[in-house]
Ligand binder design. Sequence first.
Ligand SMILES: [Zn+2]
Length: 138
Amino acid sequence: MAIPVGAKKPKAMTKKNLQYFEKRLLEERRRVQKELGHHDDLFGATPQSADGDLSSYSFHMADQGTDAMEREKAFLFASQEGRFLWHIDQALRRLYKSPETFGKCHSCGEEIAFERLDALPHARYCIKCKQKEEDAKK
Ligand SMILES: [Zn+2]
């Protein structure tokens, strides 16, 4: 799939592209859920509260001893996957509820490059804003 070259910036993503990313997101979702060992009915229902629980748990664990670290390590892995799943759900929600905002950067409003979205369909920021965020962390 290619972006039409030389075309003016479209106001919203085409229906075809939205369908494509819906498929990509659902694929990613299935993959992550498989890794988590969860089925749709177990984890998909409340991704938001699950994510909240996971992060508060890992914060709580942060200052504990070394044997707790092994458990934390295992837990953080699960937490990352859980968070990833949450982001995918958020992206799907955006795609269904307000397709005109899907694929647009949450920070500057520019469209996120197709290649970036293809690799990371739940991306919320364009590569420039993401880079700025990464730099700020350093
Ligand atoms: Zn941006």
